[in-house]
Design a protein around this ligand. Structure first.
Ligand SMILES: *Cc1c(COP(=O)(O)O)cnc(C)c1O
Ligand code: SF4
Length: 396
């Protein structure tokens, strides 16, 4: 059955936590304190499938279990296949390691000049500033280090990282990530951001965060003031399914936008969550309505225990093909594979070009019709034949 949704409904309210005072509910520290972090707590609220129950028993060895009350409300507790549930409730299959899966599939540790800093691209660095998140995604690329369930003992070294950036004038772009940088206190964040802003060669500062999705209450006016003060600060949020787009997330995005933070979204293509063109279309439409520009759609990295989420790349390409031309251009994310072993992000696109030679390019449009664009006069060799001093002018 094709996915359908009521486009005018944005989930809001306290759901299962009606008894909690509104002021507590809206306090991000209350949400963190009341996270669901064990099988016993989960079972108080929902019936787990045997696969999930076994997954919870193992969670502390792989990636901790944590779900904020706010996000838990988005789960359909009567549906074992609920796309929200799959993202945060552990399953036993997480413990199965399939061929090709790796703990550090992107080779981040080997591209790390100082602890917590990944310098893979010439002009930008990934700065991992914490190993904690508000909730844990079962497909997390950095599950080796986040939540410290695998004894990775990640200790962010801000000073070392900052000094490395200061000493490398080629770094013009710093991406704060983790873990989730917005779990840091306002004071720590302001310290980090102000230090980065003071480095002359750092032109572009951005934050990768799923906090607006797991804990929109964290986007306080005080936090927004910091972004305003040191802006422009860009932010990539992480929404995978249209049901995550609630009234509260929308309001948090509005606060960020009004503080001058341009917003993008990074989704991970996940089996049974968003590997469907209708779901993806509903998601990107909701994102635009929240002032968020879909940025990347990632093929899932080859993390250990992730095979139950894996989607065929051809399916991803088909989803992008279904979007392009059929909806707003702003709504179409770039489908990307982060090359295993550390090759960096590589775009993967539907192929519209049928043939190309010196005379013409033949391509198909979004409806499958064939079109031609003549190339005569723009031959690859033409540049060399442009008039140069003393040379004869070649006329085609
Ligand atoms: C994704 C990533 C970046 C940022 O890449 P953009 O394409 O600029 O968004 C930077 N460094 C590392 C190591 C990354 O994985
Ligand atoms: S929020 Fe990001 S870093 Fe944290 S568990 Fe999810 S994917 Fe991993």
């Amino acid at each position: 059955m094709p996915y359908s949704e009521d486009r005018n409904t944005w989930f809001e309210g306290q759901g299962l936590w009606q008894h909690v005072p509104h002021s507590d509910w809206n306090d991000w520290t209350w949400q963190l304190k009341h996270r669901i972090t064990s099988k016993e707590q989960l079972e108080k609220y929902m019936q787990l499938t045997p696969e999930e129950a076994a997954g919870c028993d193992h969670a502390d060895k792989k990636l901790a279990l944590a779900i904020t009350p706010y996000f838990f409300n988005l789960i359909d507790r009567n549906d074992p296949d609920c796309p929200i549930r799959k993202q945060v409730v552990p399953r036993e299959s997480e413990m199965t390691v399939s061929p090709g899966e790796m703990l550090d599939s992107l080779g981040e540790d080997s591209h790390s000049p100082v602890p917590g800093l990944v310098h893979r691209y010439p002009d930008r660095v990934l700065f991992l500033v914490t190993d904690r998140c508000a909730a844990y995604c079962r497909y997390c690329t950095r599950s080796r280090l986040v939540s410290n369930a695998q004894d990775y003992n990640f200790h962010p070294e801000y000073e070392q990282g900052l000094r490395y950036i200061e000493a490398h004038p080629e770094i013009r772009d710093v991406l704060l990530s983790g873990g989730d940088p917005l779990l840091l206190s306002d004071k720590k964040l302001e310290h980090l951001i102000s230090r980065l802003r003071a480095i002359k060669h750092v032109e572009f500062i951005r934050i990768g965060s799923r906090i607006p999705v797991f804990l929109p209450q964290r986007i306080t006016p005080e936090l927004c003031e910091i972004f305003k003060k040191y802006g422009p600060i860009w932010m990539s949020i992480h929404v995978n399914h249209p049901r995550e787009c609630t009234a509260e997330l929308k309001a948090a995005c509005e606060r960020l936008s009004f503080a001058g933070v341009p917003l993008g979204n990074q989704s991970v293509l996940l089996k049974g969550v968003n590997d469907d063109a209708d779901v993806m279309k509903a998601l990107v439409h909701r994102l635009l309505r929240m002032r968020v520009r879909p940025y990347y759609l990632y093929q899932m990295d080859l993390i250990t225990g992730g095979s139950h989420f894996k989607v065929d790349v051809r399916k991803g390409i088909e989803i992008i093909r279904a979007l392009r031309g059929n909806t707003t251009g702003y709504a179409v994310p770039q489908y990307t594979i982060d090359a295993p072993g550390g090759g960096g992000k590589v775009p993967v696109n539907p192929d519209y070009v049928e043939s190309i030679d010196d005379t013409e390019v033949v391509f198909r449009n979004f409806q499958g019709g064939t079109y031609r664009y003549p190339l005569k006069g723009a031959l690859p060799g033409a540049a060399a034949k442009l008039p140069v001093e003393g040379a004869p002018i070649v006329v085609f």
